[in-house]
Write a protein that binds this ligand. Structure first.
Ligand SMILES: C[S@@+](CC[C@H](N)C(=O)[O-])C[C@H]1O[C@@H](n2cnc3c(N)ncnc32)[C@H](O)[C@@H]1O
Length: 220
C-alpha cells in the first residue's frame, strides 16, 4: 500500500462529506496513524458535526485567555488548530495575530478558509512542535491533548517551549480526566516551574454530554 504523505491535503477529504458520525469514533483512537487518518477523513464535516453538538470549548478557552491577557495584539499560537474553530473564537474575542499549527494537512486546508490566521503550519507528529522557546507569549491547545487527539508527551513538549511569563491554555475532556496520569501531570507542572493561573470545569460537547476542564499554566 502507498504510504500517505500527511503534509499534503487529501483531495478526497475536501469533497462534501459522504457520511457523518465521526464524533462517536473519536475517543477510542489509540495510535498517531489512526488519529491522523481519523482527522483527515473528518475534516470536511468536522465543523458541522461538532456545532450540532454545541461545541463550547473554543469559546470557553477564548474567554479564559482573554481574561488574563493585557495585550491582545501579541502573537498567539493555536496549536492543534484543526479546522480553525479555536482560532476563530480567539479572533472574535479580540486577539489580532493568530498562528495555527496542526499535524493534519486536511484540517489545515479547512482552517485556511476561515481567514482567522496569520500563518498556518503543518507540524510533524513525530517531532517536537516547530517553534522556538519564547516565540509565543500565549499558546493554546483547544481539544488537542488526551483522549481523541495527541498524547501527553505533546503537552510536555509544549511546556518546554515556554519562556518565563509565557502561558499555555489547554483542556482535558472527561475521557482524558478519567486517566489519573493527566490531572497528575498538571500537579507535576505546578511543582516544577509553572503556576496554575486558571482552572474551570464546564461544557465541552453538550450534545454528547461531554465536559472538560480548561487550564492555563504560566512559566515562572
Ligand atoms: C478535536 S480537534 C480540535 C481542533 C480545534 N482546536 C478545535 O477546537 O476545533 C484535535 C486536533 O488535534 C490535532 N492533533 C492530533 N494529534 C496531534 C499532535 N500529535 N500534535 C498536534 N496536533 C494534533 C488533530 O489533527 C486535530 O486537528
Amino acid at each position: 500500500m502507498t504510504k500517505r504523505d500527511w503534509t499534503q491535503p487529501n483531495s478526497c477529504a475536501t469533497l462534501p462529506p459522504m457520511s457523518k458520525g465521526f464524533l462517536k469514533n473519536t475517543y477510542g483512537l489509540d495510535s498517531v496513524e489512526k488519529t491522523m487518518e481519523h482527522y483527515s477523513q473528518w475534516s470536511a464535516s468536522y465543523d458541522a458535526e461538532v456545532s450540532e453538538n454545541g461545541y463550547a470549548l473554543p469559546g470557553r478557552i477564548a474567554n479564559a485567555v482573554a481574561g488574563v491577557t493585557e495585550d491582545k495584539g501579541a502573537p498567539v499560537l493555536d496549536f492543534g488548530c484543526g479546522t480553525g474553530l479555536s482560532g476563530t473564537a480567539l479572533k472574535l474575542i479580540g486577539f489580532e495575530v493568530i498562528d495555527g499549527m496542526d499535524v493534519s494537512a486536511d484540517m489545515l486546508a479547512q482552517a485556511r478558509l476561515k481567514n482567522a490566521y496569520r500563518t498556518l503550519t503543518h507540524a510533524d507528529a513525530t517531532q517536537p512542535p516547530p517553534f522556538h522557546i519564547g516565540e509565543y507569549g500565549l499558546v493554546t491547545a483547544c481539544g488537542v491533548i488526551g483522549s481523541g487527539a495527541a498524547p501527553i508527551k505533546v503537552l510536555d513538549d509544549l511546556t518546554t517551549k515556554l519562556a518565563s511569563g509565557n502561558r499555555l491554555a489547554f483542556s482535558f475532556n472527561d475521557n482524558t480526566l478519567a486517566d489519573p496520569a493527566y490531572p497528575a501531570r498538571v500537579q507535576h507542572y505546578r511543582q516544577n516551574g509553572f503556576a496554575l493561573i486558571f482552572e474551570e470545569y464546564g461544557e465541552h460537547l453538550p450534545g454528547i454530554d461531554l465536559k472538560s476542564t480548561v487550564y492555563i499554566i504560566e512559566k515562572t
